[in-house]
Design a protein around this ligand. Structure first.
Ligand SMILES: C[S@@+](CC[C@H](N)C(=O)[O-])C[C@H]1O[C@@H](n2cnc3c(N)ncnc32)[C@H](O)[C@@H]1O
Length: 311
């Protein structure tokens, strides 16, 4: 028997649950630690989806001695999980670029009349800029200093602009969970730099916030060909692990704290993403607390992640 779900947001797999479990666990830590402090706590989901996601599951088969069945299950996405955090956030902002997912978010919002929820339809980078350049985030210091937030950047691919990260870091009041698209970036970094077209090079400039990756990740040589012409070759000299380390180094130019990554691995598709927590708080005490929360998160969810990677 096959149950087909025509509607709903289908994406991810077991690694998605791991990612959402990890972020949800940290959100609970964040609101618990800050609940007695005089802050207004915001949760901003910049790639919010529809609120939930559909996972297809296959059961049965030869080993079970039963026919293969495919069924679908509706799982809570990052938005529904954030709405269940206890103690709760004071403000929720959900940004989504897709029109039908945005409509689902609006419906979800109406189901939580007691919560302060704003749904914004548009590009994540543009909407984040608009939020941070409007009151209360752009208000006088005495107002801004009462704000603390967690921003979740959960794109499909290379959608987060470096300027967005710079803007988030500049607030010094926002913890960012960033799903860095390691596999997509590695794929764009062809072994031969000449094969990375101008568009892809621009995208990589924007992901790394610099054009220096050409020198850092490629060996350039000038050679003479058969016709005595000199040609320049640039060959990628780094592994995916080194690309991840380079990305981490780049993030450290914006944020005082860049966590160890939580590797996210999909069956048969290898390492897809690296989940980082970032903070640029100017308070050492706050950074210590964030580090404590992230350490607990990685301790809880790192083993499952390593198990999937076979490490
Ligand atoms: C991986 S899904 C996010 C899933 C969501 N966090 C959840 O757990 O349910 C990425 C979402 O970002 C949206 N999206 C992609 N690019 C976007 C952009 N530039 N601005 C806003 N939303 C975007 C997609 O429509 C999709 O719903």
């Amino acid at each position: 028997m096959t149950t087909l779900v025509e509607q709903g947001h289908r994406f991810g797999g077991a690694w998605t649950e791991l990612k959402l479990d990890a972020v949800h666990y940290y959100l609970g830590f964040f609101t618990t630690v800050l609940r007695t402090m005089p802050f207004e706590l915001w949760y901003i989901d910049a790639f919010a989806g529809s609120g939930s996601r559909i996972e297809m599951r296959e059961t049965g088969g030869l080993l079970d001695g039963t026919p293969i069945e495919t069924s679908s299950e509706q799982m809570a996405g990052s938005v529904m999980r954030a709405l269940s955090v206890d103690p709760p956030f004071g403000r929720h902002v959900f940004i989504e670029g897709n029109a039908s997912r945005f409509r689902e978010l609006e419906t979800l919002r109406s189901e939580y009349p007691a919560k302060r929820i704003e749904c914004r339809h548009g590009d994540a980078n543009t909407e984040l800029r608009s939020i941070l350049s409007s009151p209360p985030w752009s208000g006088p210091v005495r107002e801004r200093s009462k704000l603390r937030a967690v921003v979740f950047l959960d794109p499909y691919g290379m959608n987060v602009a470096w300027d967005t990260l710079r803007m988030l870091a500049a607030t010094r009041a926002i913890d960012v969970w960033y799903l860095f698209p390691l596999q997509a970036v590695t794929r764009q970094l062809s072994v031969d730099l000449n094969r990375v077209d101008a568009y892809k090079q621009d995208r990589l400039d924007d992901i790394f916030g610099t054009s220096d990756w050409r020198d850092e990740l490629y060996d350039t040589r000038v050679v003479t060909d058969l016709f005595a012409e000199t040609i320049s070759t640039a060959t990628r000299n780094v592994t995916q692990a080194q690309i991840e380390e380079y990305s981490r180094t780049r993030l450290r130019t914006l944020f005082r704290y860049v966590s160890e990554p939580l590797p996210l691995i999909a069956d048969g598709r290898g390492r897809l993403f690296s989940l980082f927590c970032l903070s640029n708080s100017s308070s050492d005490r706050a950074i210590d607390l964030i580090e404590k929360g992230v350490r607990a998160t990685l301790k809880k969810f790192g083993p499952a992640s390593r198990h999937r990677s076979g490490r």
